[in-house]
Unconditional design. Structure first.
Length: 171
């Protein structure tokens, strides 16, 4: 299920649904994925509630509750406002940025963890990004930004994976 609470120019619900399904198949993710595209304010609220971080973030992924059916892979929440700002800064469209963030969330739901996997998620994200025709992936950009700042750690600024079993109220 796709919920577009905040519109993104050139992003239709039907096209985004097709992309999410295609990306999930490419990531070998089993089960359905729900994606919420919303505001910074709602992402901040979700981040505070489920991760204990009182700030907006671009994407959050929520693994399924143990009590849900096995054909459900999890939920993803994306900030349309951050996606638009990042897209403008990086020179591509907001709908491409939302797709990049969705792919990143899908990989987390598939079990990847860029903070602990020695670059496996980054390599997979880069490969899938190219296969899906997307610009630079989230981990690639974070790595490039850190390198330009003289830092050597290869991971985005923070973890975006709430604990397993975190309850969501936006579905």
């Amino acid at each position: 299920m796709i919920i577009l609470r905040k519109s993104v120019p050139q992003l239709s619900e039907a096209a985004f649904t097709r992309f999410v399904r295609k990306a999930a198949r490419a990531a070998k993710l089993r089960g359905a994925v729900n994606v919420l595209v919303t505001t910074n304010r709602e992402l901040q609220s979700l981040n505070r509630r489920f991760c204990g971080k009182n700030r907006a973030t671009d994407v959050l992924s929520f693994p399924p509750l143990a009590t849900l059916p096995e054909d459900f892979a999890g939920d993803i929440a994306i900030s349309a406002e951050m996606a638009a700002a990042n897209a403008k800064k990086l020179g591509h469209s907001a709908d491409e940025e939302v797709r990049i963030l969705a792919l990143h969330g899908i990989l987390h739901l598939a079990g990847y963890d860029h903070e602990r996997d020695n670059g496996k998620m980054a390599r997979t994200e880069e490969r899938l990004r190219r296969a899906l025709g997307l610009p630079a992936a989230l981990i690639e950009r974070a790595s490039a930004e850190k390198a330009s700042l003289g830092k050597s750690k290869t991971s985005p600024p923070e973890s975006r994976r709430p604990t397993r079993g975190a309850r969501r109220s936006w579905r």
